[in-house]
Design a protein. Structure first.
Ligand code: DGY
Length: 328
């Protein structure tokens, strides 16, 4: 009898949905153990986390029919290889859009207004009274926000930024470009400006990253992009760490090439680039873009429903590679 493998327990109602569908085993596995488990014939569906790497070799050896990733992102899975081997991958789209855009906004506000420095200042007992030049930051309203990407989370960030009186530019597929129809622009027609990646980099006061990690977005923000930014620019990353060359970022922040960075994700997560944590002009969060009680619960519901469907021989409601189902 086949089993659902869960690499980390997911919040309610996820585990109940999974247990109602069939036998469930929770095992935290390193890569080699995950490889062996997927090849063992014991499991037909894996409920995975973004730290679980499903590379081409693992997928070729695997006897599973599906992977239900507890995330909207799926750069931990080689989708082409999964499809080639008839392994369906499912994710949790839609439910974490607003909360991740909130974190992008929080990082913009807290870097510009030096919130973390200010909080430490008060806690250290250094606040001796209002002063005209105490902890001066930079404005958010009236400034230019350049968005890398124009998917769900970028648009939710644009909505918030427009509410703050910012000018919003976006490049839909950096470092290249693509057409964006009036239909796709929808509510944003006439309110945001389609720009090249070069223009985003050189003219924005805030550059916020909202692209999936792929070969073309790996190190999208490298030393060259950083030095093309305004010295007053602030970089925000709520997407994936390797979109930024973190060593180049530390150098740029140290040398005043850009003013500050607000990061929720890291290139070698959970490790930080040496020097990053010592820089006062950074706000560093531990990948909490989707971390609200209701969102994590909704992600768990979608993830478990995807897994339960595949386990019962049905296509998942949120497939990344629906064509794989026909091949399984
Ligand atoms: C996602 O869902 O992709 C978030 O980064 C959290 O995993």
């Amino acid at each position: 009898m086949s089993t659902i493998l869960v690499t980390t327990e997911i919040p309610a109602p996820g585990m109940d949905i999974l247990r109602a569908a069939g036998d469930v085993e929770v095992r935290e596995l390193d890569h080699e153990e995950l490889f062996d488990a997927c090849a063992s014939g014991k499991y037909s569906v894996v409920v995975s986390q973004i730290r679980d790497r499903f590379d081409a070799e693992l997928l070729a050896a695997a006897s599973i029919v599906g992977v239900s990733n507890y995330a909207v992102g799926y750069d931990n899975i080689d989708i082409a290889a999964a499809t080639a081997h008839g392994i369906t991958v499912a994710n949790t789209p839609g439910v974490l859009t607003d909360c991740t855009a909130d974190i992008a906004m929080l990082l913009m506000l807290s870097t510009a207004r030096r919130a973390v420095e200010a909080d430490s200042f008060v806690r250290a007992g250094s606040f001796t009274g209002w002063k005209p030049e105490l902890l001066l930051g930079s404005d958010v309203s009236g400034r230019v926000l350049g968005l890398a990407g124009f998917g769900r989370i970028a648009r939710a960030t644009a909505r918030r930024a427009l509410g703050f009186g910012m000018t919003v530019k976006f490049c839909p597929r950096p470092p290249g470009d693509r057409d964006v129809s009036e239909d796709e622009l929808g509510e944003f027609a006439g309110r945001v400006e389609h720009a090249s990646w070069d223009e985003i980099v050189t003219t924005s006061d805030f550059v916020s990253l909202h692209v999936p990690l792929s070969e073309s977005t790996h190190h999208l923000v490298d030393a060259a992009a950083l030095s093309a930014m305004k010295p007053s620019a602030i970089l925000i990353n709520t997407a994936r760490g390797p979109v930024v060359d973190e060593a180049a970022l530390v150098t740029a922040l140290r040398n005043g090439v850009i003013a500050a960075a607000g990061l929720d994700v890291y290139e070698r997560e959970p490790a930080l680039e040496p020097g990053l944590a010592e820089l006062p002009n950074t706000v560093l969060l531990p990948h909490v873009g989707s971390a609200t009680v209701s969102v994590r619960s909704e992600m768990a519901r979608l993830c478990a429903t995807n897994a339960a469907a595949m386990f019962s021989g049905n296509p998942p409601p949120h497939p990344v590679n629906p064509q794989a189902w026909a091949r399984s």
